[in-house]
Design a protein around this ligand. Structure first.
Ligand SMILES: NC(=O)c1ccc[n+]([C@@H]2O[C@H](COP(=O)([O-])OP(=O)(O)OC[C@H]3O[C@@H](n4cnc5c(N)ncnc54)[C@H](OP(=O)(O)O)[C@@H]3O)[C@@H](O)[C@H]2O)c1
Ligand SMILES: [Zn+2]
Length: 342
């Protein structure tokens, strides 16, 4: 079968299209024929390598996918060949208190598909049966591969961690990012007013079309001053951040009293300065977040199926053009997701 393969870390040129043996379904596993595989910023970390993290190479990247059940392993019930499914992007032990209380990403055995084990950017992938969920009939395969990881992350950040409420003001950084384009919609669905930062006028138009009430082009305007102006100096109740270093210090200043800063990433760097005077004097909360539970993913699939939330796809590329997806991501040229079709 055809698969994207990373044998060593480096630039987009290390991405190889390899011919590999088709995986077989081990007991408890299911093989799916991948119809569409989503790309995430994580793919670029896996390709580049992460400081202090050793990944098992060679590796097939990709955490998101949808497709058709091609083979069912021994001991699997409730899934049959031919069914349309999508992939839940993480695996965990299923037995510990974190797993049993719907906090799978806190399981000490939590592993990402496409980071710690072979991923989805291939014609076939073998996965634990628990990682395959039914794809709503109204969603295309491309849509089914575009939403899981980023919507799950944004939902858990805003709903479970930051407790977004009707009437909140929410600042979403990088509304054109995968997680940001999900956050704009999720905050709106909960009755919040969304202020969104974007890197270009074209992205501002797209963010407004998604539901952002206000957009801030942060390269030409200071987001702190703009938020103060737009909120009558009050600040926002929630800052949704995946940027890290470049936004951190102002994030604390831009929060209203009692505000919550929720973060899932360090796109611009991870060493951040926290002036704790803002923390205690304004009663702020700083919340870290990673992915979410399968229960949250099932709810998201229903909301997607009902079209109350929408996957945001920038472009669909053939698998062979995976390097183009990596380059577009590095150039910050995307609004939403790249989906690869094998
Ligand atoms: N912990 C988790 O569970 C989890 C899950 C998903 C993602 N993440 C992390 O969250 C971040 C976003 O992921 P994603 O897949 O949504 O990313 P993405 O789609 O590639 O979007 C990244 C966007 O961030 C903006 N940006 C702002 N400052 C930047 C900088 N210094 N360098 C590069 N881009 C910058 C750019 O948009 P503008 O040019 O418009 O500003 C860029 O397009 C990544 O760091 C990822 O690893 C974490
Ligand atoms: Zn566990």
């Amino acid at each position: 079968m055809k698969a994207v393969l990373i044998r060593k870390h480096g630039g987009p040129e290390v991405l190889e299209i390899a011919d590999l043996p088709r995986p077989k379904a081990e007991p408890g596993q299911v093989v799916i024929q991948v119809k569409a595989a989503g790309m995430n910023h994580l793919d670029t970390w896996v390709r580049r390598g992460m400081p202090g993290v050793s990944l098992p190479l060679p590796m097939i990247p990709g955490s998101d996918a949808s497709g058709i059940v091609a083979e069912v392993g021994a001991g699997v019930s409730g899934l049959a060949t031919g069914e349309r499914v999508f992939v839940s992007p993480g695996t965990s032990c299923g037995r510990c208190d974190a797993c049993l209380s719907g906090q799978e990403p806190l399981c000490k055995d939590y592993r990402m598909i496409g980071e710690h084990q072979n991923g989805t950017q291939a014609e076939f992938v073998a996965l634990p049966a628990a990682n395959l969920l039914p794809l709503p009939a109204s969603l295309s395969f491309e849509e089914g591969a575009a939403f899981p990881l980023v919507f799950l992350t944004a939902w858990h950040m805003l709903v479970a961690r930051a407790g977004v409420r009707l009437g909140d003001d929410v600042l979403v950084h990088a509304a054109g990012s995968g997680v940001g384009s999900a956050a704009v919609q999720i905050a709106r669905l909960h009755g919040a007013r969304v202020l969104a930062t974007v890197g270009s006028p074209a992205k501002a138009d797209k963010a407004r079309a998604l539901g952002a009430d206000e957009t801030i082009e942060y390269k030409t305007k200071d987001f702190l001053e703009e938020v103060r102006r737009l909120t009558g100096k009050r600040g926002v109740d929630i800052v949704f951040d995946s940027i890290g270093q470049e936004t951190w210090e102002k994030n604390l200043k831009v929060l209203a009293r009692g505000g919550r800063l929720v973060n899932c990433g360090a796109t611009s760097g991870y060493q951040c300065m926290t002036d704790i005077r803002y923390l205690f004097s304004k009663g702020l909360s700083i919340l870290g977040s990673t992915l979410g539970s399968r229960a949250e993913l099932l709810r998201l699939a229903r909301l997607m199926g009902e079209r109350r939330l929408r996957p945001v796809i920038d472009r669909v590329l053939p698998l062979e053009k995976v390097a183009e997806g990596h380059r577009a991501m590095a150039d910050r040229a995307l609004f939403g997701k790249v989906v690869l079709t094998p």
